[in-house]
Design a protein around this ligand. Sequence first.
Ligand SMILES: *Cc1c(COP(=O)(O)O)cnc(C)c1O
Length: 407
Amino acid sequence: MVCNNAQVGITCQSNIHINGRNQGFPAEHSPKHHTASATDLIIERSQTPKARPDQTNLVFGTVFTDHMLTIEWTSTGGWEEPHIKPFDNLSLHPACSAMHYAVQLFEGMKAYRDADDKVRLFRPMLNMNRMAKSAQRACLPAFDKAELVECIKKLIQLDQEWVPKSNSASLYIRPTFLGTEPSLGVKKPSRALLYVILSPVGSYFSTGAKPVSLWADSKYVRAWKGGTGDCKMGGNYGASIYAQYEAVDYGCQQVLWLYGDDHQITEVGTMNVFLFWTNEEGEEELSTPPLDGVILPGITRQSILELTRKWGEFKVCERHLTMADLCCALKERRVKEMFGSGTACVVSPVGRILYQGENLHIPCQEDGPQLASRLMKELTDIQVRSLTHRHTHPRGTHSGFTTSVFR
Ligand SMILES: *Cc1c(COP(=O)(O)O)cnc(C)c1O
């Protein structure tokens, strides 16, 4: 083990132990040896650090930091030691199953610099849990979620100067998991590569917090029951790009994904969707579609549900919403706001929906979308300014990280 942690200002814990490496895997497929542990991290520092970009006009996902985390797995040897090494291209077998059969998944999370200049992660274990579920669906091996967070923290610490010192910018974290089976058989991969790259990002949408316009059409379907829409697997997104360009052809910015003959409203682009309205019973209600298999279980979605339920100011509901429900509510002036939610943008108000040749104008309150703005403020306060819900991650203190969590 090479533990040059002194360079990154952390102490090396020797007592972190690995559990649950075989979770979800039948015994005969279990790794035989050890699994990845942050204590086994091998760190190779970059000899050629890059110039850091101007933080004011960062384009999402175009610039990467100096280092990356890689961890390899084989069915015979289990997890190898995690490596942090200079950011570089990968070398993959041309038959690699990620390339041919999309045996692949990813996560998206952010590190924020708070008012005290500390770097924070927002509810990282929720990302790890979701990643583990995606891995199970993709027949990729189970991994130790807490250890992966520790490894990610060490990576961020090494590249901490890349965490923007700004309110609107942050460091986007992209864990990626690939099947690297070097053969063309359609089967469970016998090799896999988990890696994490970091990218400083500004605001996701070029329009900033301005309301987005949506194209709602049942021509393309993002996800279906029994499919993989509830997992962050690359194939879901690659297949959505074509529809996204059609939306642009219709003069809209994003796709409002519909599902079923009754045109259920499911997601906005790559965001979950919320409707703030007066429901059919005359009650003020915040609604979002339930996790019925076609919805990606967003961490921002979950956080908004938890936060607004705690406020207790209006009804908060996970329910199906159809275009007919929306059209009827618009006609009766029962819609207050509609917005998308996700890590990249936090919340993104919806201003217009093109549906069956008609432009539906989604109201905002007088001085902008009040609930969306309030949620944006509350969530970013937790992420960046740590005003509320301050909670120190049990393992985070020694590393200089505090992790914002709810409860
Ligand atoms: C990632 C993602 C979201 C948002 O999830 P967060 O955890 O809130 O970032 C919503 N919908 C889709 C399709 C996604 O891929």
